[in-house]
Design a protein around this ligand. Structure first.
Ligand SMILES: *Cc1c(COP(=O)(O)O)cnc(C)c1O
Length: 387
């Protein structure tokens, strides 16, 4: 069958494997090991039971109530769950994370996973006329979308210590008269930059070009850039329910930005998929946001396990970057990333190995429950004893 020239050139995203041959412990896709808040299942069941007719009707195309719930959750938590303070069901931001204004629903756009949201942003703000700046190693979906929309890329190498080369990214964006995207904290390196460093980048960058910060992992100890939105009209922050909100299966992601940018993304959405979030996901998303306290607790648990596993790996002679995420970026001086991945898989746990040149020595390990990490620890002990 003849396919379009466009399709011939596509390079699809390769997700973390989901094998069916046996049951593995999945520490390869940065999913959260904890289930969503009980409030989610309770309200979803109630919704289907009490309003079965709603399953036959189109959902709210603009997810108005969900956007309200997201805005409220951000105001409560300050946008970094693991730092937030809990008093019963009430949640307060830590002093450092307090947002100096109220996030309002018109500053939120929500969609079918942040991957879809990112796709709309790429479509809305970039085209083939200029090179879009991103780190050489970052979320591997960005180059896929760039290919899909025929947007040329300008890849900026990371610093020696795997941190973002902020100055070079801004310089290139100015040269190209183009925008920037990066994840903060970055993936798969796990390293974040500070809000004030992002502010400096924004001050120096072209104010007419979009500046995208993907905060998929910020709830595990990064610094959110939401407080900068009132100062920079070109700043778009992308966030997801898939990691810190235990909701990868719900497919919910969102944008925080000034209302003008939000309107532009709505325009794209209304030309592609008028109803990106189904009725059940809207209920589940709202129910998650209503129980912020639960997710503050699970985020703190993930951070706790991460720090314990980090210490273990360092003691065992691994190189590990200092993580502000729910995963660790790990390399052993003698065992290659590929071998480590295979040996761990034989023992029933999946971790992620990237065959990409430059990071192929590393594995990326998602932080699971205490029990899962203790199993992985034993497997690592065994592998090290054998070599
Ligand atoms: C996981 C991840 C996403 C995708 O999240 P979904 O909402 O599940 O589509 C986006 N950006 C980064 C950096 C991620 O790691």
């Amino acid at each position: 069958m003849n396919v379009s020239k466009r399709v011939e050139k596509l390079h699809p995203y390769v997700p973390g494997e989901q094998p069916k041959d046996r049951v593995y412990i999945k520490l390869n896709a940065n999913e959260n090991p904890y289930p969503p808040s009980k409030n989610v299942a309770k309200n979803v069941i109630k919704f289907i039971k009490n309003n079965p007719e709603k399953m036959g009707l189109y959902p709210d195309p603009d997810s108005v109530k969900l956007n309200e719930a997201i805005a409220k959750m951000l105001n409560q938590s300050g946008g970094v769950l693991c730092n937030a303070k809990v008093d019963g069901k009430n949640v307060f931001p830590s002093d450092e994370d307090k947002i100096p204004f109220t996030v309002t629903p018109d500053m939120i756009y929500s969609g079918n996973g942040s991957d879809e949201v990112l796709s709309f942003i790429f479509y809305a703000f970039f085209d083939s006329s200029k090179k879009f700046v991103m780190p050489e190693f970052t979320y591997s979906f960005y180059p896929v979308y760039a290919g899909y929309y025929d947007i040329p890329m300008d890849l900026v190498p990371l610093n020696e210590d795997w941190s973002l080369n902020m100055e070079e990214m801004v310089n290139r964006a100015k040269e190209n008269k183009s925008g920037i995207i990066f994840a903060n904290p970055n993936a798969p390196t796990a390293i974040g930059i500070k809000r004030e460093q992002v502010r400096k980048m924004l001050e120096s960058a072209n104010k007419d070009e979009i500046f995208i910060v993907d905060e998929a992992y910020v709830d595990f100890g990064g610094e959110s850039c939401i407080p900068l939105i009132k100062d920079f009209d070109n700043l778009i922050i992308v966030r997801t329910f898939s990691k810190s909100l235990c909701g990868a299966g719900q497919r919910l992601g969102y944008i925080v930005a000034n209302p003008e940018l939000i309107k532009t993304v709505f325009t794209v959405k209304n030309c592609v998929n008028h109803f990106p979030i189904d009725a059940i996901s809207q209920v589940s998303g709202i129910s998650a946001c209503e129980d912020v306290a639960y997710y503050v607790k699970t985020s703190k648990l993930v951070v706790q396990e991460r720090e314990k596993f980090y210490d273990f790996l360092i003691r065992k002679g691994f190189f590990v970057t200092k993580s502000q995420t729910n995963f660790l970026f790990v390399k052993h001086p003698q065992i290659s990333g590929d071998v480590l991945y295979k040996k761990v898989k034989e023992e029933g746990i999946l971790i992620r190995h990237f065959a990409t040149k430059g990071i192929d020595d590393f594995v990326r390990i998602t932080i699971g429950t205490k029990e899962q990490m203790s199993k992985l620890k034993n497997i690592f002990e065994k592998i090290l004893a054998e070599c």
